[in-house]
Design a protein around this ligand. Structure first.
Ligand SMILES: *Cc1c(COP(=O)(O)O)cnc(C)c1O
Length: 351
């Protein structure tokens, strides 16, 4: 494979001068900061909220570096994974010309961000067992295909994508391969993070929104080669991660035992819920899941969805999504929440 990062980057991005913030130009230690027009008297809040936040979030990255085994220089932090997804388009895809490949049914933001950036989406549906259709992918890649998004474990199907197929793409595609591992903590599959040293075209995305329980904090991670991370830092807004998020992330990252404990509980509950769902007369398939949700093919999915809503239980109706007809996506709740869900669903039981 002949990978040339520079040839993939948009001309305007190569040429632009990034914003140089006050905190960029001086990062040593000092006691009087009169360089950023901040409020020198403080703020109504404790801590240093009168100050602009660290543009590169180094203390947070240092903690993540230890947890993930990735050097600080190979980590990007975004306002959710969604910021990283948007940046990939802005760095690599010329509007009206380039395209990004996605494998439906998959996470909706890949397509939303493409449309927002006037980038064509090159869709190759997953196979019936929700795996990559390698032959069709090979045919559909064209000289303007810059990005390939692989979501594994995949949302909304829950399964992991076969590693050998991902490796075929990594070894043969000369553009950027993004592996979205938002649900990796719930999976028995290994992360692709250790492969970063092997593949210059690889970006791995993870998030604090799922297993870390911090969807409200908005902190997404991207791991990649240094040159790719440098491009992301060049294009992002200077203060993309606010001080409150950085402060709370630092605190949360000391609690990995909490995370591991709840991953175990979620996986146990997932298998319990799976068996309960299988005992319903209406259930056709409960797809295998490596994530914190189950995709269920069930007769009269829409009606069941609405009747659950009436009881105050909201699941995700995916029945209009390609390859997901009559399917509901159900997040694993607490044992008590799952019990209530099952109680409501038990009226659909066969005997
Ligand atoms: C939930 C989810 C994310 C997380 O997005 P954030 O912006 O980090 O909250 C990313 N990718 C997939 C596939 C998801 O399902």
């Amino acid at each position: 494979m002949n990978f040339n990062l520079n040839s993939l980057v948009r001309e305007n991005i190569k040429k632009m001068t990034p914003y140089s913030s006050a905190r960029h130009e001086f990062s040593g230690s000092a006691s009087i900061f009169l360089d950023a027009n901040e409020n020198s008297f403080g703020s109504p809040l404790p801590d240093n909220f009168n100050r602009y936040p660290d543009p590169l979030q180094l203390p947070v990255k240092e903690k993540l570096s230890k947890i993930k085994g990735v050097p600080v220089q190979n980590i990007f932090l975004g306002n959710g994974s969604d910021e990283a997804i948007d940046l990939f388009y802005r760095i690599f895809c010329a509007p009206g010309r380039d395209n990004a490949m996605i494998f439906p049914p998959t996470y909706g933001m890949y397509e939303v961000c493409a449309e927002m950036n006037d980038v064509k989406v090159n869709k190759v549906n997953l196979t019936k067992d929700f795996q990559l259709n390698i032959d069709a992918i090979e045919t559909a890649i064209d000289p303007f295909t810059k990005l390939i998004f692989i979501c594994s474990p995949n949302n909304p199907t829950g399964n992991s994508i076969n590693r050998a197929d991902v490796e075929i793409i990594l070894n043969n595609f000369e553009g950027i391969v993004i592996i979205d591992e938002a649900y990796i903590n719930y999976s028995k599959q290994k992360s692709f993070i250790p492969e970063l040293t092997e593949y210059p075209n690889l970006i791995v995305m993870q998030t604090l929104s799922k297993a870390w329980g911090l969807a409200g904090l908005r902190l997404g991670m991207a791991f990649a080669s240094r040159p790719i991370i440098e491009l992301m830092n060049k294009v992002k807004y200077p203060y993309n991660i606010n001080s409150a998020t950085q402060l709370l992330a630092l605190e949360a990252l000391d609690n990995i035992e909490w995370v591991n404990e709840h991953i175990a509980t979620t996986v146990t509950e997932r298998e319990k819920l799976r068996n309960e769902l299988l005992s319903l007369a209406a259930t056709e398939v409960v797809y295998p899941s490596d994530a914190n949700f189950l995709l269920v093919k069930i007769k009269a999915a829409r009606r069941i969805y609405e009747e659950l809503c009436d009881k105050g239980i909201i699941v995700r109706d995916r029945s209009k999504v390609v390859l997901c007809d009559d399917s509901l996506r159900i997040t694993i709740g607490t044992p008590e929440e799952n019990k209530q869900l099952i109680k409501e669903l038990s009226k659909y039981k066969s005997n």
